[in-house]
Write a protein that binds this ligand. Structure first.
Ligand code: SIN
Length: 297
């Protein structure tokens, strides 16, 4: 890994930037140490958050008061909002998806390492999540820096990976017989549409280049990356297993502990994330928006 969160210069002087871990992730506070107010950000404040997002990949803003309209308004300052194609759920704002796990439910949403909607031709560039209600313990979200994971490969493996593309689809999660279909009764409060459209595959580079910084990142994830193009099945399986395991090694990760009012945004062009499901018997209620992105290159 060649850079750490603590070494990055972004948003210096405009925000008080407090690293969460060496690999990625910062808390953002107002200069002087008080909480930011994301509902009253001016353009310079938004630009500083965007700069911090590109540099640190995950930004955490504590002590916010936001309703669904505020979450949507914040998201739209960064681009057009795009809803998850297979997630239902009603909210006052059609672009805001409630992410809820009730005490009696056993399956959570996002409970495994994944890259946001990589099954789409143009996956969202960022996701923002606001914590309405959180368990007394557990329910943290893990993030892994895929630029650091790319840099952590040998030069030989970097060259191999850079020449490859891979096929992605939502079939194993949202297709018939997929995880959501099999666990629908354990996830009552999250309406998930199982669909034949989930079989559609898209091809993405195995190493993508960040459109704003030019940094390279690994871009394969276990639930959505089906196979490396132009490889035999056994070759593809072996290489993907290695890359999946490497990409979420502890040294590339940080962990966000939620409090009511925590607002977190992450850059899907450079991270995978994982919502831990370790709080059975307790309620967790989040509000989520996703911001449209470019085709990975
Ligand atoms: C997700 O967007 O995958 C869920 C994240 C979370 O609930 O922490």
């Amino acid at each position: 890994m060649s850079t750490t969160a603590a070494q990055q210069p972004a948003a210096e002087g405009v925000l008080d930037v407090r690293p969460l871990a060496g690999a990625l992730g910062v808390e953002l506070w107002a200069v002087g140490g008080g909480p930011l107010d994301v509902n009253s950000l001016d353009d310079a404040g938004c630009a500083a958050i965007r700069e911090a997002l590109c540099a640190y990949h995950v930004v955490v803003i504590r002590d916010q008061q936001m309703d669904e309209a505020d979450v949507a308004r914040f998201g739209r300052r960064f681009g057009e909002l795009e809803r998850h194609p297979y997630l239902g759920g009603t909210s006052a704002e059609p672009d805001v998806v409630p992410i809820i796990k009730e005490p009696h439910e056993t399956v959570n949403f996002g409970g495994g390492w994944h890259s946001e909607m990589s099954f789409l031709p143009c996956p969202p560039m960022a996701t923002a999540l606001f914590a309405v209600e959180v368990p007394r313990f557990g329910g943290d979200t893990l993030f892994a820096n895929q630029q650091a994971a790319y840099l952590g490969l040998s030069d030989t493996m970097k060259r191999i990976a850079e020449g490859l593309t891979a096929m992605h689809s939502a079939a194993s999660q949202y297709g018939r017989g997929g995880d959501s279909d099999r666990h629908s009764s354990d996830r009552g409060s999250m309406a998930v549409d199982v669909s034949d459209e989930a079989q559609a595959t898209v091809t993405h580079p195995v190493v993508r280049t960040h459109p704003e910084t030019g940094a390279k990142a690994l871009y394969v994830n276990r639930p959505f990356t089906e196979a490396i193009s132009s490889m035999r099945r056994n070759e593809s399986k072996a290489l993907l297993e290695m890359l999946w395991a490497h990409s979420v090694h502890e040294q590339f990760t940080c962990r966000v502990r939620w409090e009511p009012g925590t607002f977190t945004m992450w850059d899907n062009r450079s991270v995978q994330h994982y919502a831990l499901n370790d709080y059975h018997g307790q309620r967790r209620h989040m509000l989520r928006v996703t911001i449209a992105g470019d085709r990975p290159r």
